[in-house]
Design a protein around this ligand. Structure first.
Ligand SMILES: Cc1cc2nc3c(=O)[nH]c(=O)nc-3n(C[C@H](O)[C@H](O)[C@H](O)COP(=O)(O)O)c2cc1C
Ligand SMILES: Nc1ncnc2c1ncn2[C@@H]1O[C@H](COP(=O)(O)OP(=O)(O)O)[C@@H](O)[C@H]1O
Length: 314
């Protein structure tokens, strides 16, 4: 069932005076740590009769990601996942010059108090805000009485080696092909979206047609190799094998491609929007000596994929 949500644009809509519990952060990937904040948000909203809400940026120009300009989730992905967790009002703001220049106290006064009418603010321990990220949890606490809100700080969720779960770690796990580990801390399979585009039309000749994906967003791309995946087409899920690489058997130095051979599927899906969820890394990408050797390996990949589904996913 689709959750009923509301979008409130801070740059163009009139201030929304509904009393809110607001989670603050960037929330790339909406991982288990982020999910803990949302659970707290929803619980407190229920208890006090406020609206479970979140403040998100309209653009993906977060400066703290530094040179790392790829992300785990688009705004659309975040809204989908967060609404399933019970967030009802999505407050969106441009991450522009004006916003970046707000001092911590101006951020509290204009954004938290005047525009959001936040009664409870939910953040993680390391939350920073305002010009040059100079505002901290202590700053939030300092102004609670003046602006009539309270600050609720949620503990970190930990990885098995006692590091805190972080979007940065998850981006690295995915880049290294450590899909299972990433999925564990995401709390769901890593998912990318895009449109199906034309390739070299070789797949059909090999008896392994592949849907080539043109990403709809600068997603973090898993390391080259073959993965067991779930492709969603027109609302239906299909298992399949996704190859990430530049087809070294056939061509050198070509652009990287993300292409999926979908099990039990036989239809034209050019130009359609699909999503691909990564379940398991099966093997690295190789340069084979011939198309026949590649086909023999793809047959084995299919068998391995089907065995994995039988053993772990049924
Ligand atoms: C399961 C699977 C595994 C693949 N593994 C490799 C590989 O190891 N090396 C390689 O050069 N190409 C690999 N490919 C990619 C094929 O070369 C590619 O699908 C084929 O050239 C078709 O390209 P096209 O979509 O442009 O028609 C793999 C494709 C699939 C579906
Ligand atoms: N089982 C399948 N898996 C992937 N694509 C399929 C499948 N069956 C049909 N198709 C269609 O065939 C196309 C892939 O054929 P292929 O010969 O690899 O062409 P291209 O090089 O243009 O990707 C896909 O984009 C899709 O429209």
């Amino acid at each position: 069932m689709k959750e009923k949500i509301r979008i409130y644009d801070l740059n163009s809509d009139l201030p929304d005076l509904e009393k809110k519990v607001v989670s603050l952060g960037y929330f790339d990937g909406v991982h288990l740590g982020h999910q803990k904040l949302m659970k707290r948000n929803v619980d407190l909203s229920k208890k006090y009769g406020y609206t479970p809400s979140i403040l998100l940026f309209k653009e993906n120009t977060k400066t703290t990601v530094k040179d790392d300009k790829r992300y785990l989730s688009s705004l659309e992905d975040k809204v989908e996942i967060l609404s399933q967790l019970g967030i009802k009002t999505f407050c969106l703001v441009n991450f522009d010059e004006n916003f970046m220049k707000l001092s911590p106290t101006d951020f509290i006064k204009t954004i938290i108090a005047e525009k959001l009418n936040a009664k409870i603010i939910i953040v993680g321990d390391d939350y920073r805000f305002g010009y040059k990220a100079s505002g901290t949890v202590d700053t939030l606490r300092e102004y609670e009485n003046i602006f009539a809100y309270i600050t609720d700080v949620v503990d970190f969720e930990m990885e098995d080696d006692h590091a805190k779960i972080s979007s940065g770690h998850l981006r690295n796990f995915i880049r290294n092909g450590e899909i299972k580990k990433a999925n564990k801390y995401l709390g769901r399979p890593y998912k990318i979206r895009g449109k199906v585009v034309h390739g070299k039309r070789r797949g059909r000749l090999l008896n392994f047609p592949t849907a080539n994906l043109d990403l709809s967003f600068p997603y973090v791309i898993p390391t080259d190799g073959v993965y067991l995946t779930i492709t969603n087409i027109r609302g239906k899920d299909y298992y399949g094998l996704t190859n990430i690489g530049s087809n070294p058997t056939f061509e050198e130095g070509d652009d990287k491609k993300i292409e999926t051979f979908i099990f039990d599927f036989n239809d034209s899906i050019y130009d359609e929007d699909i999503s691909v969820e990564f379940i398991e890394f099966l093997r690295p990408d190789f340069k084979f000596n011939s198309a026949e050797e590649l086909i023999a390996q793809m047959d084995k990949d299919k068998e391995n994929g089907l065995n994995y589904i039988e053993k772990h996913l049924k």
